[in-house]
Design a protein around this ligand. Structure first.
Ligand SMILES: [Cu+2]
Length: 150
């Protein structure tokens, strides 16, 4: 990842923060040819209790909110109706846990690509807010936080 891209990601994280809610380090797992689904991960902190109820992305035909868990030593994913965001507490969407599932991908996602995501947040008063983030694609198998190598 080059420096300009990192700057762009940081700028986007800042603009998301102005929308009242913080989304840190959004990223998407890059895909290999023929792969039609992938996951998006991030850390969301809501200043007041809220709920992530929906996600959208122009790169995918279907976007769902998933939870991954171990069931008899088998990793399983299931769709959930949303993720609670307790006030002031960072909620992590990460491999092996909650994630935004991007399915029916329209094209492969290359490492370094910025993937636009819209997070639909429902506040306690039932008002909805769309939070736009750009998730950076990381190579298959990559984990951890912002890449420091290169
Ligand atoms: Cu999934």
């Amino acid at each position: 990842m080059n420096r300009m891209l990192i700057a762009a990601v940081l700028a986007l994280a800042t603009s998301a923060a102005m929308a009242d809610l913080t989304v840190k380090e959004p990223w998407v797992r890059a895909t290999v040819p023929q792969q039609t689904a992938t996951g998006a991960f991030m850390q969301i902190t809501a200043p007041k209790a809220a709920r992530l109820i929906e996600a959208r992305s122009p790169v995918a035909g279907v976007v769902q909110i998933h939870e991954m868990s171990m069931d008899n030593n088998v990793m399983r994913m299931r769709e959930v109706s949303g993720i609670d965001l307790p006030a002031g507490k960072a909620v992590e969407l990460k491999p092996g846990g909650y994630h935004v599932m991007l399915m029916d991908l329209k094209a492969p996602i290359a490492e370094g690509q910025a993937v636009p995501l819209t997070l639909v947040i429902e506040h306690a008063d039932k008002k909805r807010e769309n939070v736009e983030v750009k998730a950076t694609a990381r190579a298959l198998g990559a984990t951890g936080d912002m890449p420091h190598k290169h």
